[in-house]
Write a protein that binds this ligand. Structure first.
Ligand SMILES: O=C(O)CCC(=O)C(=O)O
Length: 285
């Protein structure tokens, strides 16, 4: 790199693209440019132009004081008390870091989430390589998103997960509800974003990479509908109120997972994805 340049040289452009493709987020790129002598305002404009991102997104993701590269804390068996609520840890796996959490949600919370989501369901989407949401044949369920802290119930669940996993609630994406009918499934996939994909810079510009997921089961399907981790030969049974938490910092390939087809009955889940940095600005007090 050549410090204090005002034009974007082909070398600089290529370096920014290669660095983000290698898995570094925008804040890392800006820090490296600063270390090389670039003015931070100038480098923000350069990076925004090269990665085709709105400048305002870059400013939000690089706000002073934003904690960097947070990791989740893996709950330890047999039980963790969060906000007076007892959560049992009935299964622990090291790679990927995975826990089955019993009694994470009460029966009443599960029923309430289903009833609030039901009228808002639409064909579930996935995020494609350009960061756009799209219909995907691999995911045949219906779903909806709650906005972060949209209702007291949502805020309470977000806060419980924040305390349990040691990551502030504002690192979480909005809670997603999915509803599967017999035959519906979600084929094997990773929840983290692939740094090789062209849209990586845009998807991670705010909040950075995803670091962990929590899939919460809102009912018990009559048959089928577990969550499978084919790389480690594990299937977690979907049971109302329990959840599977798994972390994948650095893009752990053992976190490959799938929602198995529902064979009888229906399946409802709430999924929470956590990012390495705040995904939204703090709520006013
Ligand atoms: O339905 C499941 O059990 C898994 C859901 C899932 O993989 C996801 O929402 O990312």
């Amino acid at each position: 790199m050549h410090p204090r340049t005002t034009t974007i040289t082909p070398e600089l452009r290529e370096w920014i693209l290669a660095t983000t493709r290698a898995g570094h987020g925008v804040p890392d790129v800006l820090q490296l440019m600063k270390d090389s002598g670039y003015d931070p305002r100038q480098s923000r404009s350069i990076v925004a132009e090269v990665l085709k991102l709105p400048l305002a997104t870059l400013q939000a993701s690089t706000d002073k004081g934003a904690p960097k590269g947070k990791r989740t804390r893996h709950p330890e068996a047999p039980e963790v008390i969060v906000g007076g609520h007892a959560v049992g840890v009935s299964l622990s796996v090291d790679a990927p870091a995975l826990r089955v959490l019993d009694g994470l949600l009460t029966e009443h919370e599960c029923a309430e989430l289903i009833e609030l989501a039901r009228p808002r369901l639409q064909r579930a989407l996935t995020v494609d390589s350009d960061g756009q949401h799209q219909i995907d044949q691999r995911r045949t369920s219906e779903g909806m998103f709650f906005a972060p802290n949209e209702l007291p119930l949502i805020g309470r669940i977000e806060q419980r997960l924040a305390e349990l996993l040691g990551v502030p609630a504002n690192h979480g994406e909005g809670l997603q509800i999915l509803h599967y009918l017999p035959g519906q499934e979600y084929e094997p996939h990773f929840d983290w974003f692939d740094p090789e994909q062209p849209g990586y810079g845009a998807i991670t510009a705010v909040g950075g990479q995803r670091i962990a997921s929590v899939v919460m089961y809102l009912n018990t399907p009559e048959q089928g509908g577990g969550t499978a981790f084919p790389e480690i030969g594990l299937t977690v049974t979907a049971r109302r109120g329990s959840a599977v938490y798994f972390a994948y910092e650095g893009g752990d390939r053992s976190s490959l997972h799938a929602g198995l087809p529902v064979l009888q009955g229906e399946k409802w889940i709430a999924t929470r994805w956590l990012r390495e940095r705040p995904y939204r600005k703090p709520e006013p007090a």
